[in-house]
Design a protein around this ligand. Structure first.
Ligand SMILES: Nc1ncnc2c1ncn2[C@@H]1O[C@H](COP(=O)(O)OP(=O)(O)OP(=O)(O)O)[C@@H](O)[C@H]1O
Ligand SMILES: [Mg+2]
Length: 506
């Protein structure tokens, strides 16, 4: 009898990593071990759904392959089975030296969960070793950054470009150091903007990402944010998000979402019901999907904490990210929609019908929106429509585009809110009518400032640092806010689903 089983889907991930990542043939055990390490990084236990392996394409492994059990140690092979038992034992607070079946069961759960995590977070086109190094080492605590070092450099740099400035405050955030700077002559700000910032960045040796300038409330005072070295960044994770929801549930928020922390590490949240729709764009790998998950997880955790009626209409043309929510009981039309455009059109038609019916109901009871209708005793769930890749849909059909525009124009008062994401922020995908009806935008990193202008009506996103670094501009605010996205993973989505369904049963 084998010790560990994998499914057909797991095997696809293993061969994708071997072929496109490690560029090796054979050596599947290497991928299994990476998957184990990936899973052990997550601080919640993998669940029992990973015990059941569908029989089609099922593959089996024994401990000798996975942990080298019983292998004689040579330069090439090593038996680390005991180390693995000890490691899993500490993780699960169990003794896996005496519980053989338990050991194999948990090992399988971790390996399969790790493979799933690799599958969603590593793209075949990108460098696997760079991905590994980011996933495994970027979170390690390194020595605190020497702030004073920058401080002196900055003073010297200002004097070199001939601007009289004083540093009045320094705050070290999770990814940036923010300096509050007093300018003796505020007219120098123009000079700073016209090339001065680039010079400062060069002098500080941070050319690529640059120094970003922001407004302050005090006269003659500005903020300059300078990126910290990437290996010293701190990331907010799923457990932080859960804690934010637990410790601060704003009563009057209808659809509160927590998407990250600001530059000085304060959780950042807003009410999606007020935005009232949201456009999220950025280059591939910038963190859009993670951001969408944070929105959905926030709402699920919110509903788990205080009962609320919210439905999701989920569309994921690439069929990768949003299918994790397939089992949710509160899906509009009971499923997640994928690449089938005819089905998506059907969904959009139903949403428009729902919107029209709600508006007719409002007229008949003499109200103008969902809040007033609810205060008159109507029970209407808010509906959050999430589209993972807008470009795939609007490029496919003019009709789909028209339907989305209709929803953007009229759905807000009916309690239907759109969250649209795209890798292609151009005027074709984010057309004029969508732009004017979606005043709330999130820009992740982009390649060109022209893309930043399309998303935010402003430059700046081309300077973002990637990995969920974003500029958020809600309801046409004058100045976008710099936010570092919370880093949620597949497991956080599954936990949120579990919390929510458990709360429903109670
Ligand atoms: N908030 C974050 N904190 C740290 N790392 C992040 C964050 N968001 C994303 N990343 C990193 O970037 C990778 C890509 O993120 P994500 O899949 O969300 O990108 P994307 O913009 O959806 O890309 P694509 O357009 O190709 O779908 C993640 O696997 C993770 O390694
Ligand atoms: Mg994505």
């Amino acid at each position: 009898m084998a010790d560990i089983y994998t499914s057909k889907k797991d095997e696809e991930v293993i061969s994708r990593v071997l072929r496109h990542g490690l560029k090796l043939s054979g050596n599947k055990w290497k991928v299994l071990r990476i998957a184990l390490a990936k899973s052990l990084q997550i601080d919640t236990e993998p669940d029992d759904s990973l015990d059941r392996v569908p029989t089609d394409g099922k593959k089996e492994y024994n401990l000798q392959q996975v942990t080298g059990k019983g292998k004689e140690s040579t330069l090439k092979t090593q038996d680390w089975d005991a180390a693995c038992r000890a490691m899993l034992g500490v993780y699960h607070k169990q003794d896996f030296f005496s519980d053989e079946a338990g050991y194999r069961k948990h090992l399988q759960r971790h390996i399969r969960r790790g493979l799933r995590e690799i599958d969603v977070s590593w793209k075949s086109g990108s460098d696997f070793h760079a991905w590994l190094s980011h996933e495994f080492f970027s979170n390690l605590q390194s020595a605190p950054v020497e702030v004073t070092e920058h401080h002196d450099q900055l003073v010297a740099a200002f004097s070199e470009i001939g601007i009289q400035a004083e540093i009045s405050e320094v705050s070290t955030g999770p990814r940036l150091i923010r300096y509050k700077i007093y300018l003796a002559d505020i007219n120098e700000l123009d000079r700073l903007k016209r090339g001065g910032l680039e010079k400062l960045a060069n002098l500080l040796g941070v050319q690529q990402q640059g120094v970003i300038q922001g407004k302050s409330d005090e006269p003659k005072t500005i903020y300059l944010s300078i990126p910290r070295p990437r290996d010293s960044w701190n990331y907010a994770a799923g457990k932080d998000l859960r804690q934010w929801v637990e410790t601060f549930l704003p009563e009057n928020y209808k659809l509160p979402v927590w998407i990250g922390t600001d530059v000085v590490d304060q959780p950042y949240f807003f009410d999606l019901a007020d935005t009232p729709h949201l456009f999220v764009a950025g280059t591939t790998g910038s963190g859009k999907s993670v951001c969408l998950h944070a929105v959905i997880i926030s709402l699920l955790e919110r509903m788990a904490a205080t009962p609320q009626k919210i439905q999701f209409a989920l569309i994921d043309p690439k069929e990768v990210e949003l299918f994790v929510y397939e089992s949710l009981p509160n899906l509009f039309m009971d499923k997640v929609f994928g690449e089938d455009v005819a089905e998506v059109m059907e969904l959009l038609r139903h949403l428009i019908e729902e919107m029209n019916e709600r508006n007719a109901l409002f007229r008949s009871i003499g109200v103008t929106n969902i809040d007033e209708a609810m205060s008159k005793g109507e029970e209407l769930p808010r509906i959050v429509v999430v589209i993972e890749e807008l470009a795939d849909l609007v490029m496919e059909s003019k009709e789909v585009q028209n339907d989305i525009v209709r929803l953007a124009q009229k759905a807000r008062s009916a309690g239907i809110h759109l969250v649209l994401a795209t890798q292609r922020p151009d005027s074709q995908v984010f057309s004029g009518l969508l732009r004017s009806n979606i005043p709330s935008r999130i820009a992740l990193s982009v390649q060109k400032s022209t893309e930043s202008k399309i998303i935010l009506d402003d430059v700046g996103a081309e300077k973002l640092l990637g990995s969920g670094d974003m500029l958020v501009k809600l309801n046409s605010e004058a100045v976008p806010k710099r936010i570092h996205g919370v880093f949620v993973n597949r497991d956080d989505s599954m936990q949120a689903i579990k919390h929510f369904t458990k709360a429903l049963r109670q």
